[in-house]
Design a protein around this ligand. Structure first.
Ligand SMILES: *Cc1c(COP(=O)(O)O)cnc(C)c1O
Length: 327
């Protein structure tokens, strides 16, 4: 089954509107520096700490921006979504703040901590088997049965516009950035970031970073059309396991992104350790993805540049986190 028709694709001014809508409701997260990172890579880094955002990732921006625009009738019936984690938590909290019911469909393989967080924020959580069941079909059926509005994690104009507000804040705070590094899953964060750069009229190149074993967006960019990959099961980046971009995210990324590069799991672990040890930041694997490519990905030469990095999230099971640090 197809997703319901999405509204018109988002434009740069939608990110500006989202920013005013979200004012006072999202944290304006800090931008941190590290002389160690700067010296190591001979560049200047500006880390936008979305791990410190409400619900622990930037996903709250897109979720709240979308739910805040529901009609009264939509509010009454509530919101439904599918997500392995951070989008679920974000939808759950945004729904609670806006006083509407939320139903979240999560894979039975999702991190226990992320499932518990969505429940704690007041959402009803249902699980499905990602290997044998089609989450979109299940979601669609439940949405129809209950009259709930489906808000997907990335392929949605208002979600994309909301995600762009993280980069917009960074661009406002740090002048003359040469480039920005952004993790890519479903592509909402990257697409929103690209719109933010346009909205801010910044001369800033934007790179997406994907896990090596889930590089569907990189393949799509190379091929010139959306490439769907089999369900990736072999990366620690649980927030970037999307199998394909959608038409909206792809058209923005194809037109505006400088390139998409990849990082390996060991590179992510190394980055997680760097953030813990040097910057005292708890970053989840997908949150470390953007920086993990630095100094590793061929074609990503940052020497002498001012580089913005979005640290996209910090939600990680503590025992798992401890293993990353102990490796
Ligand atoms: C969702 C997510 C991403 C990827 O964002 P998309 O919009 O799906 O591309 C990156 N990092 C974290 C921590 C996330 O939760």
């Amino acid at each position: 089954m197809d997703l319901p028709l999405a509204p018109a694709p988002p434009a740069p001014h939608d990110v500006l509107q989202a920013a005013s809508r979200l004012k006072g409701l999202v944290h304006r997260t800090p931008v941190l520096r590290s002389s160690t990172a700067d010296e190591l890579h001979n560049a200047q880094f500006f880390f936008k700490c979305e791990n410190l955002q409400r619900t622990g990732s930037f996903k709250f921006r897109g979720a709240f921006n979308t739910l805040a625009q529901f009609t009264d009738e939509q509010r009454e019936r509530g919101v439904i979504t599918f997500s392995a984690g951070n989008h679920a938590q974000a939808i759950a909290l945004a729904a609670r703040l806006l006083d509407m019911p939320a139903l979240v469909l999560m894979p039975n393989t999702a991190l226990a901590s992320k499932m518990a967080a969505a429940r704690d924020y007041g959402a009803q959580v249902l699980t499905y088997d990602p290997l044998s069941e089609d989450r979109q079909a299940i979601c669609q059926r439940l949405a129809l049965e209950r009259g709930m509005t489906l808000v997907p994690p990335a392929e949605h104009a208002q979600v994309i516009a909301g995600q762009g507000t993280a980069a917009l804040e960074l661009l406002e705070e740090v002048p003359r950035l040469d480039c920005l590094l952004v993790a890519v899953g479903g592509g909402g964060l990257l697409a929103g970031t690209l719109l933010a750069v346009q909205a801010a009229k910044a001369a800033c190149r934007v790179y997406g970073v994907e896990p090596q074993s889930a590089n569907d967006a990189q393949q799509s960019l190379r091929a010139g059309h959306i490439v769907q990959i089999p369900l990736p099961r072999s990366t620690i980046a649980d927030g970037a396991q999307a199998q394909a971009l959608g038409p909206q995210t792809f058209s923005i990324i194809r037109a505006e992104a400088e390139d998409i590069v990849t990082a390996s799991d060991p590179d992510m672990v190394q980055a997680i350790r760097f953030f813990a040890e040097r910057m005292k930041l708890v970053i989840e694997p997908t949150g470390a993805l953007a920086y993990a490519a630095v100094g590793k990905a061929p074609g990503l030469d940052l020497r002498g540049l001012r580089v913005g990095v979005i640290l996209s999230g910090g939600n990680v099971d503590l025992p798992r986190y401890a293993r990353f640090l102990a490796d």
